[in-house]
Structures are given as C-alpha cells and as structure tokens.
Ligand binder design. Sequence first.
Ligand SMILES: [Zn+2]
Length: 525
Amino acid sequence: MSTRIFRAEQAVYLPEDAETGTRPVLGPVTVVIDGEIIVSVTPGLTSDIHAGHDAEIIDVPADQVLIPGLVDTHVHVNEPGRTEWEGFSSVTRAAASGGVTTLLDMPLNSIPSTVTVAALDEKQAVAKEKVKVNVGFWGGAVPENLGTGDLKALWDRGVFGFKCFLLHSGVDEFAPLSTEQLHQAMTEIAEFDGLLIVHAEDGDIIDEATAHVDAAGGVDETFDSFLASRPSASEAKAIATVIAAAEETGCRAHILHLSDSGSIDQIAAAQERGVRITAETCPHYLSLFSEEIQNGATQYKCCPPIRTAGNRERLWKGLVDGVIGTVVSDHSPCTAELKRFAEVAEAQASAHENNELTAFAALAAKGNDLGAGGADHRGSGGSFGTAWGGIGAVELGLPVVWSQARLRGLGITDVVRWMCQNPAEWAGLTDRGAIQVGRRADLAQVSADDAFVVLPENLNQRNKVTAYAQRALAGVVTRSYIGGETVYVRPATPQTPAAAGEPGDLAVFPADVRPFTLRPSSDAQ
Ligand SMILES: [Zn+2]
C-alpha cells in the first residue's frame, strides 16, 4: 500500500476527535495517507513522520490551500439519451478541474430516466468506462413507479434517494407527482428510511402567473417577463406542501435549489419542530441577480429563476444561519441551440461541424464573441420563453461561491463546510468531505487569493454556454486528488483543454476511471 504525505502551510482540516458538524479549521498541517485513506493529521509542518523511506512527499505551495474535494450532490449528466448536452466523460473531467471529487447524477434528462433498476443498469453500463471522479446516482420518483417496488429495489442498489417534481419537469418522460402522490411516495420511502429530494415549485401558481404574462404578450426576451411567470409564491407554496408531507409521513425530505429567500423562515420553523427537512442552494443564486440580466441573455435562465439582489443577500443569511445546509451546482447544461443562442447555432451549422468551439471561433471572427471584455451579460436575442432552463458550471462552483463569500467577510472554512463537509454528511458519505483521520484522501488544492477570467472555450464541460463568461473569479483550482492520487493538474499555461482521449489529456487528467460510489449502507456493497 502506498504512503503519501501532504505538507501544507494552509489546509482546511478537522481535528482528530472532532464530532459530526464541527467547523473545520485553517492552518498548517501534515497529512499522511495510506492507500486511499487519511491515517494521520498533525497540525504544523513536520518531517518527523514514521512512514517508511518510500513515502511520497507532496509539499503544497505556500500560496495554496489544501481542502477536501467538493461533494456535488446535484449534477445532470444527461447520458445516455441527451449526450449532446453533457456526458460522463466530459462532466467528470470538468468536475475534477473544479475540485469536485464526488458527484451525484440526477435521474432525469438522460433517457431512460433512472426510475427502475433496469434504467440504472443501462446508465451505469454507459458510464462505466468513462468516469474520472467518484460518481453516484439518484433515483427518480414518478407516478409510474410508485407502489411497484422499484423505489426499494433502486435503494438496495445504492442510489442516494429519489428526486421528484411537483410540476412539469421540462422533459415529458419524467412526470411530476400530485400532492396525493407526494404523500404516497414519502410513505413508501419512509418505510426504508430513504430520502426524497424535491424540485419545489407549484404548477398551479406558475400556470396562473403565466396566464397573466401571456395576456400581456407572453414571456419574451426580457428577463422580467420570465421572472413574472415564475413567482416566489410558487416556491413558497410547494415548500409548504413538502413540509406538510414530511411532517405527516416522517420521511426525510430535501428542498433542491432554493431560490426564494422568503421560504427560509418556514424551513427553519419546520426544522425547529423536528421535521426532517433540509435545503440546498446553488452558486448562481448566491452570485447572480435579476436586475443585471439583459434582454436575450438566456444563459441565465434556470428554474426556479435567479431573483433580486436583495433576495440573494437573504439567501446568504439563510446559509450563514445554517437553515440552508449545502451549496451544490445544479449543473444542467444544454446545447447553444436549445439556449436559443441563435448565432452560435447558425455559425455551427454553417461550419458544418457539430463542434461548439468552431462556432465560438466563427463568432469571434465576426467580432461577436460571447466573451468580449468585461463580465458578459449580453445574450443573443433569444426568448426566455423558448430557451432551455439550466446553468452549467460544475467546474466553477468553488470559485463562484468563494469569490462572493470573501466579499462578505466569510472564510474558506465556511465554503468547505457548505460544499464539502455538509453535502457529504447529508448524503451519508461520512467517509469523505473533510480532511480528518479515517476519511478518504479526496482533496483539492486551491490558490485562494489568485484569480482567473472565465473563458468559455477553456471550460471542460461539453457545451460552452455559461452564465459566467468573462467574469473574474477568485480561487484557482490547481490540483485535485482522489484517494491521494492526482486526477487533475491545471495546465501551466492557459490553453484550451485537450478533448477527452486526445494527446495532452493524460497530463491534465492523469487518473484511470473510478468505480461507482454507492450509498454506504446499501445491500449492493
Ligand atoms: Zn437540477
């Protein structure tokens, strides 16, 4: 078994006897890793470690912080079925380059949806030879699989829980649950003490709001028209429905991608009276705000929508107060065409290539690059009514949140709690998410005071449309490790990352594929 010793002047770690929920500390540390597991964490830099003469010593540069790898519990991989949006190969490379060492794949947008064991098998067969970081899976709860035994069968196969919608999901093959079916699902899932994760927007309120917007001309290229069609009241009502069902059934429930800060109080009140409910929010809700979104800038469309600057600040308060426990990406990209980036799609067609880089190059040649100086808020004239909703940024989560956190006087230790430690503990992956004795050596190095500018063409995600084009972000991820082994090395000079499997790829992403991550107590282990 190989031994590695990390010596870091700055590391975010947990003392040996720290209990669950303890805040990590920042300081110099020496970490010894045997195989894939951390076996000692000693404050200070020491060479006095009895590790044998063949131990590999890794000195983390003084300007970099050694942190646990991120655990991103909300990623839409889309393969198989919509692989042109994203796939296991590209998404896991993107994750590694953003310090994400474990990601959990959402059950929908791929075809089939992960609602039966057969569908899980199909997905895993496709993913098996491609995943470069730890990947686990969520199942889905849909009307068709309630009461069939599919949920328990998926649970026994190691899924982390079940996702459901309370309104149209955006794809026809993943149907929403009625309030009655929500209760039914929770009753069923509570029997094996599983977890239901909910896209909490209320369809009736959105239908009503949309009818008003339609009467005034419909959702168009203005963000205001889109925002008016998805009011915060729809989140508030759906969350109340979930809380009531969780309270009645005793099922563990979770609010996905909270955008409405007005709902924080009802979640806090439910938590205080013992309802088993948790909530997450996402980097885009903590950084972007509706007032800055220009006409046609459909790169900012997601559901629930990005709301006001004031709302953003109240989300930060909910996070600091601990009502919102985790920050995860909700990485949900699609093609430029579906984002109604008409010119990108046109350039792509005229280049006769299914390659977005070519399309971006063509736009740049026209002086119409999506990224041309300053944060790029411009869109392409696309309609918020017809563009696909979703923001792809799995590799930017850490720098986006860290850039905003430091502006508010918060520390890198806070970011580690929200993006590493808490999501790991919440998902039941207590073997990771912190630098602590006994946990996995899934790590990242981040140059916290260094900055970079987001150039879409340099992203590792499959499609390059991003809400962060040309934004300067603090926190450069320089290396990622899984089980102590290097899985990402930031190229020394800025360059377009090599495509998967091309020469150069091995220098940036040196590791082999990983086995899937299963829920620890599942029978499949
Ligand atoms: Zn999502």
